[in-house]
Write a protein that binds this ligand. Sequence first.
Ligand code: F6P
Length: 480
Amino acid sequence: MTSPTGSFVVVANRLPVDRGDDNAWRTSPGGLVTALEPVLRQHEGVWIGWPGGHLQGYGPFEVQGLSVLPIHISDEEVAYYYDGMSNGTLWPLYHDLVAKPSFRREWWDAYVRVNRKFASAAAESAEQNGVAWIQDYQLQLVPAMLRELRPDLRIGFFLHIPFPPMELFLQLPWRDEILKGLLGADIVGFQRPNGASNFARLVRHRLGHKTHRDRIFVGEREVAARSYPISIDFKQLETLARSVEVQTRAKEIRAELGNPRHVLLGVDRLDYTKGIRQRLRAFGELIVDGRVDLEDVAFVQVASPSRERVGQYQEVRDDIERWVGRINGDLGRIGHPPIHYLHSSYPREEMAALYRAADIMVVTPLADGMNLVAKEFVTCRYDNTGALLLSEFAGAADELKQAFLVNPHDINGLKDSMWRSMQTSPRELSRRMRGMRKQVRDHDIDAWAEAFLRDLAGAELAVDTDARADADANADADEL
Ligand code: F6P
């Protein structure tokens, strides 16, 4: 079968779908797929990605109206490029060193090789003068590789995770190669404005390029570094949350929990950046302190399995399961454990029912590009009920200002906010929820994609000679 072609090509580490052991199609994990799938459907493009476990050996195929091109990666490449360089080096480095990154040369070599595979596939799939949109930290070299192969394309790159401050990024032995890789794009998009400014500062400092506001001058080309906070398909999820099936299931869940006064909910990939231990500790201490009665509460923690071959992920799982065991063992009674821990992934219908069943959504990452779970919860609360506890260190905190904002490192602060959210009047909760829902409704995934693709289409990228002159004049002042 020949490779599919299209004028719009998404290049992401993972395909949007995988096949389970039962052979049924499933949506791949993570916020990236949640956000991008509707965009690709709308543009009728081609999605290039790694098929993960169950699709090895597949050629190009169509599923649920999506045109998909799997990239095959050997077992050693998976170990070095995905487990190693992507999730053992870049992930912890970009998340404020919450865990210690390892720097291994053979991981880097595999990263370069696999990025080249993705770039070659994109070069073959994109039609003349088409658009290629490259996603995330696993593929930071693809923009420059693709530009070399296909200078006719408009190339966009979006980083879904935080981009670190200069002081941390400089530790990376391949820092210049990554910066040059990203500069192959016409637009480098970040979740938050500080990601864009960290990047601009680094390319000035390391590569000597001049910059002016969000523009970077790379020879004859201009590259824009801007923030585009990602979002979700508000309409689709809200419709699902309003369905009779979801409402019935939500009631069932509450009943299964014993209809307590307050259902607290956490939903995360099982990752050390998510602050799961901190939130469970705070919750357990509220019961121990007697501020909250066990009879009145239930905490449901969904932790979907993630990157299970990476040592740090095995450690975080052990750690969290120890805490769950300790808290349930110390505080629970028969038929009533304080924490309901689910190490599993669930379909969207079940997630919507959980969001509807909860009273308090607890989102406490130590560092997070955006955190779409927070936006999903808000979207499902169409009756303006419920409280959102949200870490200041999630990108979503820039937008969801009416949440109970918390510093997840501060356990006492976390306890106070949890307690306060239980005491807050329905009227005040409704005021807060209305504000957050408006924000997500007005800034949904379509608005995000439109803003990025409009800019990429070039309107604002025509070489601006005034800006270049300003950059020359300000070069000294711009220096560190
Ligand atoms: O959003 C960050 C991210 O790494 C995405 O790139 C990815 O789709 C998601 O999390 C899930 O991670 P993984 O593909 O490693 O399971």
